[in-house]
Ligand binder design. Structure first.
Ligand SMILES: Cc1ncc(C[n+]2csc(CCOP(=O)(O)OP(=O)(O)O)c2C)c(N)n1
Length: 200
């Protein structure tokens, strides 16, 4: 499976979600399918997209959050699985595109190339809704189920180590940061907070 095909298969389902991606190839590919102000491409902070997604999911329980991660990035922050399992936000779907490679910096093999299984690691950390998928159809169905049932999930998509022809994105980090912030501002406070008048 190619990641761009996997992304295209889930794009309609995640378009209305708050999406946080890691930097590099996956960001450029999602951007090429159509940027939205509810998409944030986390630059530089390799491994921390799921941590950012967790913070958003906990503070905005009214929003469905989708994290688009890479195997190299997830391997740099394995502690994220235990933290996600501990706080267990039902509104977070953690997707890891596992190409067994640090593709964005030249294609060095990661530990998943030598047998490490990220879905098994996530399950053992306490996220039972974790699975690997290797077809666009299976992947699309797994993502749809996670969004429908609102259950913390870790979906590992096994993909080929192929990136976009160009990594260019006509959007700077700061522009993305401000428009993403504005997206939340325009949503207003989450229902529970506005009920309490906290953001009046
Ligand atoms: C802390 C840190 N170390 C290294 C980098 C450089 N870097 C940027 S992308 C990347 C590879 C990411 O690999 P993976 O998550 O597997 O995604 P892929 O590029 O394969 O899509 C690296 C090493 C970085 N941005 N931050």
């Amino acid at each position: 499976m190619k990641r761009i095909d996997a992304l295209a298969a889930i794009y309609p389902a995640i378009a209305e979600c708050v999406v946080v991606t890691i930097m590099g190839a996956v960001a450029a590919e999602l951007y090429s399918l159509g940027h939205r102000t509810n998409f944030f491409y986390l630059e530089h902070a390799m491994g921390l997209a799921s941590s950012m997604g967790l913070g958003i999911a906990l503070s905005r329980p009214d929003q469905q959050v989708v994290v688009l991660d890479g195997d190299g990035s997830a391997l740099m922050n394995l502690g994220t699985f235990t933290t996600l399992a501990r706080y267990h936000p039902p509104n977070l779907t953690h997707i890891i595109f596992d190409n067994e490679s640090l593709l964005s910096v030249g294609g060095f093999p990661t530990a998943t190339a030598t047998g490490s299984d990220l879905a098994a690691i996530a399950r053992a950390a306490g996220i039972p809704e974790s699975a690997s998928e290797d077809t666009p159809e299976g992947f699309k169905a797994a993502v749809a189920l996670s969004l429908k049932t609102r259950s913390l999930s870790c979906i590992v998509a096994k993909v080929e180590a192929i990136g976009p022809a160009s990594f260019h994105m006509d959007l700077t980090l700061l522009e993305n940061r401000f428009e993403f912030r504005r997206y939340f501002k325009n949503l207003g406070a989450p229902p529970s907070l506005s009920d309490q008048g906290e953001h009046a």
